[in-house]
Design a protein around this ligand. Structure first.
Ligand code: DHB
Length: 310
């Protein structure tokens, strides 16, 4: 079985979409809901709907992707309404709603809306969008992360996790883990895209996306080693009550296996889902099952976090 649970909520599959991919409206979310994915997470909802940045704003390369979407979304109310409709169908399935404010006051307003809507699923607070011009990635400002989490947990009672940017220094893993361990987080999601990369078309001697003169978040093959390092660094450092969702560079069953071996309880697929579409969930699930069978593992817990050292 590839079943898992996050915040005591059960999911029949540990594989799902990453926020931003195939989750911008009811049509896309319904397709993920009806796919082999364990559940879905919505595009990060903001207080007001947003058009996002000018196009082209997503570009696929041989080894991954670069994007500067700029948080195009229907607004949090839209996603809450849709998930509420699904909840009312009295199914056992739970969903993730991603949201992001432009300051702590906005974060608290978003969480108030979620509380008032009697949302039964899990909140993913996005602390790591790299693509809004003039707005730094919150996850790199440690004091602000601490302040936001303090306010969030004084005001929101439901299960909540945070989406983090990748970190690249052992001291940063230590410092961030120390902050995260102070709070009753359900989970952390490692990692968002590697921010502000630059991909170039050599023939045209030109950038490939329009916003920010071509700078954008990097996903896909490029980021798997960074993602695995973040998943495992936090697995080593966090209170075991804080679970980990692994995101970054997953395009086959082996990649899923590696994220779980590093400590992930669930995994999310972005760039490869964008490329292949929602049929990818069936393929990844079968590939993971084949690997587990060959290794004699019958459940995720048999190998989760059990990475060996030399
Ligand atoms: C966007 C990109 C991200 O990596 C993120 O966390 C949120 C939003 C975007 O550009 O829309």
């Amino acid at each position: 079985s590839t079943a898992t649970s996050i915040a005591q909520q059960k999911f029949n599959n540990c594989i799902m979409n990453a926020s931003g991919v195939w989750c911008s409206d009811e049509k896309e979310l319904t397709i993920i809901d009806n796919s082999a994915a364990g559940t879905f997470v919505t595009k990060s909802g903001t207080l007001q709907p947003r058009e996002g940045n000018p196009s082209p704003r997503y570009f696929e390369t041989s080894w991954g992707s670069i994007n500067s979407m700029g948080l195009p979304n229907r607004g949090l109310d839209y996603y809450l309404d849709f998930v509420q409709k699904l909840q009312q169908q009295k199914r056992q399935k739970h969903y993730f709603i991603s949201c992001t404010g432009f300051n702590v006051q906005e974060d608290l307003l978003l969480l108030k809306k979620i509380t008032d809507a009697d949302f039964k699923g899990i909140v993913e607070l996005n602390l790591s969008c790299p693509n809004v011009p003039g707005k730094p990635q919150t996850g790199y400002d440690f004091a602000t992360v601490d302040m936001i989490l303090k306010n969030v947990f004084e005001n929101y009672a439901g299960p909540l996790g945070v989406k983090l940017p990748p970190y690249f220094d052992i001291v940063h893993f230590n410092q961030m883990a120390q902050i995260l361990n102070k709070y009753p987080l359900a989970y952390i999601n490692c990692v968002n895209s590697i921010g502000n990369g630059l991909y170039i078309d050599d023939e045209k001697e030109q950038v490939v996306i329009k916003p920010k003169n071509g700078f954008g978040g990097i996903g896909g093959d490029y980021i798997k080693p960074t993602a695995l390092a973040n998943v495992h660094a936090f697995y080593q450092r966090l209170d075991p009550k804080i679970q980990i969702i692994g995101t970054g560079g997953i395009k086959n069953g082996q990649d899923v296996f590696e994220h779980i071996l590093c400590g992930a309880s669930m995994v999310q697929v972005g760039t490869a889902l964008m490329k292949e579409g929602p049929d990818i969930f069936e393929r990844l699930t079968q590939e993971l099952k084949t690997i587990m069978q060959a290794k004699g593992y019958s459940k995720i817990a048999d190998f989760k976090g059990k990475l060996k050292y030399l």
